[in-house]
Ligand binder design. Structure first.
Ligand code: NOJ
Length: 506
């Protein structure tokens, strides 16, 4: 039986601004990605997901889109995009692009018209008394979710003021996005990553939020009407040849809520943030895995992305020095699970979060909107080190400084330095992905738990046993035939702490 490509794909997220800069302006671009496609093919991933590259004032790194059908000159041209898709396909890599339907940029022509008083019902404008915002909603980035315009009305922005929310109760918005989907599908994209997919609709009268901690009872997120949007989108995707797909960025309180977005006539996948939020604990991992497999038809697993602290650093916070071993062990576990895995650029190099970016160099609106209270997300967005020398470690052409400063440690972790070194994180990722491709794609889409010692988690998928030890002491492995992969030393039947292994069952 054959399954759609995305069911067990390994997808590599490219944060376009920080992957590779071919033009020499210090910012990553499409031509830079194109040059590095052979690296990705050799890494062994199945698909790439590109973060927004559309014309944008970059109030939120491109998640503020001014033109949904173009390429920002910072990143190249539409011809560069088409060439990138063609080359990726040539190498057998699928291409997923980001679609941002909850909000546009304030530079979008529709919002500019709205400011002039034309077509305000494409956005969410309201009057309010007493100089106060129309309700108590807070922006995800900090501060009120409302900004007042010159004539006294207020508009809603769940993120930065430069990201006004669309009014999805207006049918024009539906038509526009169906057309945008077709525009990119016509250019050969294999799928979409949907930004803030549980946003879009807001409760009709925009009531105050009573309890910020419950997304499920929120007037802001997860309104039932949003599902009809994805039903329409699914039809468009299915009207194209090939297995075009959509993966939603859906933050929910529970796996049950998440499951509603991936009903058979809605999105194909949604990110599983519960996995990313789980602490380094066998018990926590087991719960997330069990809940996910019980509730969604096609699971996804993600450890890092451009919005969160890199997992190497997250895992290290409680126990210094353990981050890299744990990150490698988590990768093996993630790849062994049924479903698809989303990797974030640089994790294959074992990059840590960069915590010491000076304030004057920071770019993320989270830092500014929280008035410096929160560091923001720049620390996981630092441009990749391709080589160990030069002003940008091979990210930009010689002599050019990248848009965010790279720390010294990146030189030691460069792709050049690691490539060919069997003990490097990069070669470990290459081996794991190659071995996974051979072994895992043919396995049944099921998992069985084995009795596991305290602190560890053992499960089987067909003839494969995966074991991870999150505890403080070594544990005894179940009987096995041979070791297929290991993230650290496996000695006979002993699995050390912070280590995972794939074993062939006896
Ligand atoms: C989620 C994106 O991943 C994030 O980077 C962005 O800031 C928000 N959505 C708003 O678009």
């Amino acid at each position: 039986m054959s399954f759609p490509w995305w069911r067990d794909a390994v997808v590599y997220e490219i944060y376009v601004r920080s992957f590779a800069d071919a033009s020499g302006d210090g910012v990553g671009d499409l031509a830079g990605i194109r040059e590095r496609l052979p690296y990705l093919s050799r890494l062994g991933v199945d698909a790439i997901w590109l973060t927004p590259f559309y014309p944008s004032p970059m109030a939120d790194g491109g998640y503020d889109v001014a033109d949904y059908r173009g390429v920002d000159p910072l990143f190249g041209t539409l011809a560069d995009f088409e060439a990138l898709v063609a080359d990726a396909h040539e190498l057998g890599l699928k291409v997923i692009v980001d679609i941002v339907p909850n909000h546009s940029s304030s530079a979008h022509p529709w919002f500019q018209e709205a400011l002039r008083g034309v077509g305000r019902d494409r956005y969410i404008f309201r009057d309010s008394e007493g100089g106060l915002p129309p309700n108590n909603w807070q922006s995800t980035f900090g501060g009120p979710a409302w900004t007042r315009v010159a004539d006294g009305q207020w508009y809603l922005h769940l993120f930065a003021p430069g990201q006004p929310d669309f009014n999805w109760r207006n049918p024009v918005i539906h038509e526009e996005f169906l057309d945008i989907l077709r525009f990119w599908l016509d250019r050969g994209v294999d799928g979409f990553r949907i930004d803030v997919a549980m946003g879009l609709y807001k409760a009709e009268d925009l009531p105050d939020v009573e309890d910020q901690s419950f997304m499920s009872r929120s007037p802001i997120w997860g309104q039932p009407e949003v599902h009809e949007v994805y039903r329409q989108w699914r039809k468009v995707l299915e009207s194209y040849p090939g297995e075009r797909m959509a993966v939603g960025e859906v933050w929910t309180d529970s796996a049950e809520d998440l499951a509603r977005y991936v009903r058979p006539d809605e999105l194909h996948q949604s990110f599983n943030f519960a996995w990313l939020q789980a602490p380094w604990s066998a018990e926590a991992f087991r719960k997330v895995i069990a809940d996910t497999l019980a509730t969604v038809p096609f699971a996804t697993w993600v450890l890092s992305n451009h919005d969160v602290v890199r997992h190497r650093t997250r895992y290290e916070t409680a126990d210094p020095g353990t981050g890299l071993s744990r990150a490698k062990a988590a990768l093996l576990t993630m790849l062994a699970l049924p479903g698809s895995a989303y990797l974030y650029q640089g994790e294959e190099l074992g990059l840590p979060e960069v915590k010491d970016i000076p304030d004057h160099a920071r770019q993320d609106p989270v830092f500014f909107q929280s008035k410096g209270r929160l560091p923001g997300r720049d620390g996981c967005r630092v441009p990749l080190p391709w080589t160990s020398t030069g002003a940008s470690l091979g990210f930009s052409p010689d002599g050019v400084r990248p848009w965010l400063p790279q720390p010294k440690v990146f030189a030691e972790l460069s792709a050049e330095r690691q490539s060919g070194d069997p003990d490097s994180t990069l070669e470990f990722y290459r081996r794991a992905l190659a071995c996974g491709r051979e072994l895992l794609k043919s396995l049944p889409y099921t998992l069985e738990w084995l009795d596991s010692p305290e602190g560890a988690l053992f499960f089987t998928r067909g003839p494969l046993i995966c074991a991870i030890n999150c505890g403080m002491d070594e544990v005894r492995l179940p009987p096995y035939e041979r070791v297929l992969m290991a993230s650290g030393p496996v000695d006979g039947d002993r699995l050390p702490p912070d280590t995972a292994t794939w074993l062939q069952a006896s």
